[in-house]
Write a new protein. Structure first.
Length: 102
């Protein structure tokens, strides 16, 4: 796999996974990857207008090995695995906040 192809594929999968839920300008950093390397990616999904993003799904391409996900405040995540035990998708869901009296 070439560097640009891998990043393009990850970006494409992620953008289309969230496109039906939000019309967001999703970004993935770094924008290029090294083949057969362990790398950390940052995915950003901004809030747009008055509609908060409450769920994000990342489909992991078959030849990409996802090792871990960093827990984030106010979000839960679920890992889905394929028959071989590899992570095939990640679903992040916003935790419900309790209304606090002012």
């Amino acid at each position: 796999m070439t560097k640009k192809w891998l990043v393009s594929l990850l970006s494409f999968c992620f953008i289309f996974a969230v496109a039906h839920a939000a019309d967001a300008h999703v970004t993935v950093h770094p924008s290029e990857s090294t083949t057969n390397a362990y790398e950390k990616y940052t995915v950003r999904v901004p809030v747009e207008k008055d509609n908060n993003t409450t769920e994000v799904t990342l489909q992991v391409p078959k030849k990409v090995s996802l090792v871990s996900v960093l827990p984030m405040n106010d979000w839960d995540y679920t890992l889905k695995k394929n028959k071989d035990g590899d992570i095939s998708s990640v679903i992040w869901r916003a935790k419900k906040r309790r209304n606090r009296a002012k």
